[in-house]
Ligand binder design. Structure first.
Ligand SMILES: [Zn+2]
Length: 222
């Protein structure tokens, strides 16, 4: 994740799941070692692990705490700032809904949220011409919902990220540049019939074991 804050990462319990899940001021989520008691009375020790949040509508990230979907930004704010005041929303300062570092989040009114969108529009998302992976930001390579808000969001990268996440769960780590390039080629192809197909992964880089090892807390990922 870009823009790591200096100093130590701070962890606090996820509100409502104390002793089970923790969230950090860098927007990471982990489960803790715990003992699960099954209905038949059988007890099982479960090792804690770093969770991989998944993207949801709007580009936000979510995770499941005891199977209940929870957004990362709301978990960070509830843990580090407190409950969300009535009528307030959670605002992402840089306009990136997947940047859940504490310093990027704040409670604000819907009107302030609107102001932020305009500010992000002026500062790049409305005017930039290529995405960080060098795909042109022109229709049809724009995420439609974002385009309506005047934000140019790369559709190819968006699709590739969802795909990467899907494969990561199966222990296959894909290259974002390669996969997003493939999606870009298909999105921008003049005739869908001529478009290169998007079958399975192009270049599984890591084996299941290595991917799991890397995903462990302190295992070297990010
Ligand atoms: Zn892109």
């Amino acid at each position: 994740m870009a823009g790591q804050a200096p100093g130590r990462e701070r962890w606090l319990p996820v509100v409502g799941f104390e002793g089970e899940y923790e969230v950090s001021d860098r927007g990471r989520v982990r489960s803790l070692d715990r003992i699960l008691i099954h209905k038949n009375g059988f007890m099982r020790r479960v090792r804690g692990r770093l969770l991989t949040p998944y993207p949801i509508t709007g580009g936000y990230l979510a995770f499941r705490a005891r199977r209940r979907p929870t957004t990362v930004h709301s978990a960070v704010m509830a843990a580090f700032v407190g409950p969300r005041p009535h009528g307030m929303e959670i605002l992402h300062w840089d306009g990136d809904p997947s940047n859940n570092h504490l310093e990027n989040l704040r409670y604000g009114t819907p009107a302030e949220n609107q102001d932020d969108s305009i500010r992000h529009g002026r500062h790049g998302y409305a005017t930039r011409r290529v995405c960080p992976r060098n795909h042109r930001l022109v229709p049809p390579n724009l995420v439609p919902g974002r385009a309506k808000q005047g934000i140019r969001w790369c559709r190819a990268c968006n699709r590739a990220k969802a795909q990467l996440h899907y494969y990561q769960k199966q222990g296959v780590v894909l290259d974002l540049q390669v996969e997003s390039d493939r999606h870009y080629a298909q999105i921008m192809a003049p005739d869908p019939v001529l478009a290169p197909p998007i079958p399975g992964p192009a270049n599984p880089k890591l084996t299941l074991d290595r991917a799991r090892a890397a995903a462990r807390p302190g295992g070297g990922v990010r």
